[in-house]
Design a protein around this ligand. Sequence first.
Ligand code: SAM
Length: 254
Amino acid sequence: MTDRIAEHYERLARADDDHWAYDPDHVRRFAQAMADTLRLIRTDTIADVGCGTGLYTRRLCEYVEPERPVLCVDPVAAMLERLPALPGLRPLHASAEDLASGRVALPDDRALDAVVMKEAIHHVADRRATLEGLVGLLSPHGRILVVMLPRTIHHPLFRAAHERFRELQPEPGEIADLVSAAGLRASVSYRTFHVAIERERYIRMLESRYMSVLGEFSEDELQAGIDQFRHAYRDPVLRFDDHFAFVKGWVPPR
Ligand SMILES: C[S@@+](CC[C@H](N)C(=O)[O-])C[C@H]1O[C@@H](n2cnc3c(N)ncnc32)[C@H](O)[C@@H]1O
């Protein structure tokens, strides 16, 4: 993880507001979609890699009620500090690469039945080695779910942010190829979540650089982008479709 990304998430963790937390229904529906895709069951040992503040992990845990705590893995301590202190959530300060390479060991050396990685794969530099390493941590009925935005998104960002996002974001198909190169069966499907958000709230989210791509811009560039946004979006409530790719991998049956 680069220093810039670490600083970005430290800053975001200090913001008092988890941006999507204002819509608990959205978070619950999203967490359920992930759990259903992975067909999670109570006996699964589950890890959420790049869990952030655990906003979605917590809902997933409430839905599945796993017997063992969900391992909440994130390299940014400030993010993990905001993880709710619940018996169902067990923090682990590590990056995906740390876990994949064995630099940080799994607690109790227990293989994982399911790995969730939501909106973090774009931060991993060596995706091939990291996915291969994570696959190596799976049990014989292990599954992995990489949730990611496609390159083209409908968030009401300004033009330069859309362009930069397209440059930085990997293709879901590439990730599926890496998952299958690591020895799993792989599939890609898409889920759409309808978002309605007050314009003023969204402006605050832009100002706080709620997406890491916004960290690519200087203060002046960001302000110019927000001016462009104010001009283009006038409705008091913004509505857009948030499409997510669900890249799933599973250990092939013998
Ligand atoms: C966009 S946030 C997503 C957080 C959470 N999964 C969610 O959807 O609310 C990205 C998270 O990935 C973490 N991250 C950054 N680099 C990472 C890496 N190399 N391995 C694992 N997580 C990473 C960040 O600290 C941050 O918490």
